[in-house]
Design a protein around this ligand. Sequence first.
Ligand code: FPP
Length: 277
Amino acid sequence: MSQFRTRRIHELSPEERAVYATLKPERLPEHVAIIMDGNGRWAGRRSLKRFLGHQQGAKAVRQVTETAARIGLPWLTLYAFSLENNLRRPRAEVSFLMRLLESYLEDNVQRMIDNNIRLRYIGRTYDLPPQVQEKMRYVENATARSTGTTLTLALNYGGRSELVDAFRGLAAEIKLKHLSPDRISEEDIHRHLYTAHMPDPDLLIRTSGEMRISNYLLWQIAYTEIFVTDRLWPDFRGIHLLEAIADFQRRERRYGGLGEDCGEVEENPEQIRIAAG
Ligand code: FPP
């Protein structure tokens, strides 16, 4: 899927422009998803409290999002708060993250509009505190007319619970329309995901070095290229997004097919003698 992109390359920093110049504009990803990890470690390495790491992390969110908007990236999806974060982190940290989100939304709504960014959410957001939901709705509405990057925040999100919600929705549809379960297709499952309106991510970035998916977009990343960097999220900037895209462009995506350098294809498979054991 390719859509018209408005680019504002002149607004990139000189360093970002130098990396952008190495990219093939016709092969930019449509959708980048990011697991923003390492806020706590960033603070720990400086003998600071964890909340200061989250605060720096919020600044990184703004900077990376604005670079994404300048290069005309259509979809950017950030893992901002998982179901597991909600259940397993100390209450004080959860409540700080909620207040940080609220003030991020309040402080950045005008910048988002100026950058033509539309804000959306995925996850069980109905379980978030009511005043946070109210702010979320306000910014979603305020940015609804933006036509540039769609920034999606995954909030109170879990990949397995998204699948549970999708299957519940699909089961209800099957019952209502008296459909046969044999006819369920991948497309039917896709239609019931939180992400039904967007393409699957082309590139998944994870900061701070962990080689895990952490219950993020499980269905959607079947053919996504994964880029893991040791850099901690609060140190991640637009230039690092561009470097990850440069790495992505050097890869060959095969979707289960054959690539270049794959060996000669046998024209006559029946004539091959099989020597097995
Ligand atoms: C991981 O750091 C990050 C999170 C818990 C979620 C991301 C949150 C932010 C970037 C801050 C605010 C976001 C918005 C949208 C305003 P961690 O605490 O797991 O780091 P650690 O693994 O080093 O402890």
